[in-house]
Design a protein around this ligand. Structure first.
Ligand code: TTP
Ligand code: MG
Length: 354
């Protein structure tokens, strides 16, 4: 069955929140940054300032740049508000970051006169309730929706009605634009004279998998043709709680990795506690410089909420991962959640008193 998938992505998310709360940043080049820039507003981007650049370098490019220290808790709360708003439309949503998500709108779109109208209503609704703008893409699957949401940023929208429309749009674009093609893979492809998306079309699936391995070969073959069957995994958010961090510099030493792993664990754990959950499944996500991502999980038989025990599991799972360098993202997620009821509390107390 043909699907209709929407992808939304908030516009310069952290910077928009700070500007909404402090209008003196409006129309002025501004970044949200500690030592490195997490995001730059559109005025600052005109100077060539972008995420992951050092604040020092950004200031050199634009001496009167305003710098706001990140307040991650605030951005997380804002993200929850947005999630709840979107959940009022349908529950078929996969939130993939604080500021973006995929929605399967195949059914709900039927109540609207057109995809254009739906996308516009969606953007206006988020703006009305949060004072923040987002961009929307509608496609026939996740990859086309994600590319679409980036086309008319900020506060814009774009629609692909078929795989063919997507292929037509993508064919002259750089191969790097395809999801899953990172810096390293791009270099490798360039060496083989593959620069644009259309250059992949010359090769058969067999040739591509032979050259670049099964996963990467299939990815090139399918995505360049606008084919993506992956579902919107909408059960995920309500069944899990966690946190993840992207780093502007790769983590390489054991010491820095441990520190960051503990940090992200603490955030995930706090969220687990805030929601009053116990967990049975502890899952870790690691993404490397070349965007290869590993997920590893452990499921235990009895749900627990003990901080130290959970962190022990996190470390145990992480130790099983072979590659421990060039890390760009770490995430910890708890799944298989069980609500922490009073009955369990008293049971635990009873247990302890004996
Ligand atoms: P993005 O959606 O990548 O960027 P953005 O929302 O700031 O801008 P755009 O309008 O282009 O979508 O990231 C969302 C938020 O995640 C961003 O506001 C800040 C944070 N972030 C980091 O902390 N570090 C990073 O390296 C990146 C890319 C984002
Ligand atoms: Mg964004």
């Amino acid at each position: 069955m043909n699907r209709i998938i929407l992808h939304y992505d908030m516009d310069c998310f952290y910077a928009s929140i700070e500007t909404r709360d402090n209008p003196r940043y409006k129309n002025h080049p501004m970044v949200v940054a500690g030592g490195v820039v997490t995001t730059a507003n559109y005025e600052a981007r005109k100077y060539g300032i972008h995420s992951a650049m050092s604040t020092f370098e950004a200031k050199k490019l634009c001496p009167n740049l305003m710098i706001v220290f990140p307040n991650k808790e605030k951005y997380f709360k804002e993200s929850q508000i947005i999630h709840n708003l979107v959940l009022k439309i349908t529950h078929k949503i996969e939130f993939i970051a604080l500021d973006e998500g995929y929605i399967d709108i195949t059914e709900v779109i039927k109540k609207f006169s057109s995809k254009e109208k739906f996308a516009k209503t969606f953007r206006e609704r988020i703006f009305k309730h949060t004072g923040l703008t987002c961009s929307v893409g509608i496609g026939v699957n996740k990859i086309s929706a994600k590319i679409a949401s980036d086309i008319n940023k900020p506060f814009g929208q774009y629609i692909f009605n078929s795989e063919e429309e997507f292929v037509e749009y993508m064919k002259e674009k750089k191969i790097r634009k395809l999801q899953g093609v990172g810096e390293k893979f791009e270099k490798l492809l360039n060496k083989d004279n593959i620069f644009l998306v259309k250059d992949v079309h010359k090769f058969s699936l067999k040739e591509l998998t032979k050259r670049y391995g099964k996963a990467r070969g299939e990815l090139l073959y399918l995505y360049s043709r606008g084919i993506d069957y992956s579902p919107v995994e909408y059960d995920k958010p309500t069944h899990s709680v966690g946190a993840e961090n992207t780093y502007s510099f790769s983590l390489n030493t054991e010491e820095e990795i441990n520190k960051k792993l503990q940090e992200v664990f603490e955030t995930a754990y706090r969220r687990l506690k805030e929601k009053n959950f116990l967990t049975k499944t502890i899952s870790i996500k690691v993404r490397y410089e070349d965007r290869v991502t590993i997920n590893k999980a452990k499921t235990i038989s009895i749900a627990i909420y003990d901080r130290d025990k959970l962190f022990e599991y996190v470390q145990e799972i992480f130790n099983e991962i072979e590659e421990k360098s060039s890390i760009k993202l770490l995430g910890v997620t708890f799944k298989n959640l069980v609500e922490f009821s009073m009955r369990q509390l008293s049971f635990k107390d009873e247990f302890n008193s004996k």
